[in-house]
Design a binder for this molecule. Sequence first.
Ligand code: AMP
Ligand code: GLY
Length: 416
Amino acid sequence: MKALVIGSGGREHAIVEALSRSPQVDKIYCAPGNAGIARLAECVNIGVTDIEALADFAESEGIDMTVVGPEAALAAGVVNLFNERGLKIFGPTKEAARIESSKEYAKQVMDRYGVPTAGYRSFDNYEEAKAYVEAGRIPIVIKYDGLAAGKGVVVAMSLEEADAALKDMLLDSAFGKGRVVIEDFLEGPEFSFMCVVSGDKVYPLELAQDHKRAYDGDKGPNTGGMGAYSPVPFIGDDVKTRALKEIMEPVAKGLVSEGNSFTGILYGGLILTDEGPKVIEFNARFGDPETEVVLPRLKSDIYALFDAALKGEDFTTEWDKDAVLGVVLASKGYPGSYQKGAEIKGLDKVESGLYHMGTALKDGKLQTAGGRVLMVTGKGATLEEARKEAMESLDKIDCNALFHRTDIGKAAIKLS
Ligand code: AMP
Ligand code: GLY
């Protein structure tokens, strides 16, 4: 089989790696890919939203299955176009992907199907939003209603902070013209629950925990994610089952009833409150960096899993008991502005578990080319062992333009 993966980050690197373990897959292409992915797949220079060119490529190369990484490709309608042209693709249509691209739509779906989440109101008018915040409780959560690469969320600890966020999003259109969703603040440990979904069929993957804040101790601004690990010791099987029955399955069924049947990865960003698991957000794709710690634990053939989902057939996944923990190396300044083009050395000394998130090869030298640049993971019988291996790999990498968190998984390691 020939597979095409769309995207260029660590998530796509991990998907490509999982596909490369499939006995059915002979050849993998990645569009556009990156310097790390190029070791496992043939990189094709087509952008993720250039959907006509992607479909032309899939057709002319005789690709058997395409797998979509990023939300931008979904929002551009890559799945709709491939479906129209009779090309096999794993991912939701643009309409079904609104569960991620529109926070208000996600909230409406949750309301309609009784899925537990934070109370909310949505606004496009600054004065009205401000009055609502002033009448409510602090902390309060303000979310830009659209795609903002994980950066459109402000957990405001004061009225001033809330007001600044509203001004940014509604008056200065920092992420584009749009609405905001204002949510009640929920408390508890967060975890990521990714499921393969095919209509009303849900095939759960193993859980992971992401670390969204930029700096140690969960300080600093929200990012796309600075590190992750799997499994998650403080989320028991009972909670996972509740999350499956009360959240993931009702949403999948709900989307079918809405006429927006979902095929692809439904990612639940969940929080374990005193009242049980609740939804913080949904994504319509694999999480990044969660994928880099979950897929290495998948023992089943991922091509067969995607194929079963596309056919609506049953599939039981098997998992490695070993833990995986990974740390993101990001460009100094991220998630704000940062420079690109710094040379990265020492990667040849890292034997395994290295995922490229934003790198480029220039004149034969590896350079930084994004906000999040590399994900270094370790694997072991326990999270502690996995962390040790990740840290050893991290020490071998030499680049003074990068920073990382030093506390990924530490709270979980103390617990387990
Ligand atoms: P999101 O992009 O919606 O996942 O939000 C980013 C981060 O903001 C989450 O991982 C949480 O840490 C935090 N957050 C979002 N919504 C809430 C909420 N309602 N209560 C508490 N924290 C939240
Ligand atoms: N790591 C969170 C996300 O992929 O949205």
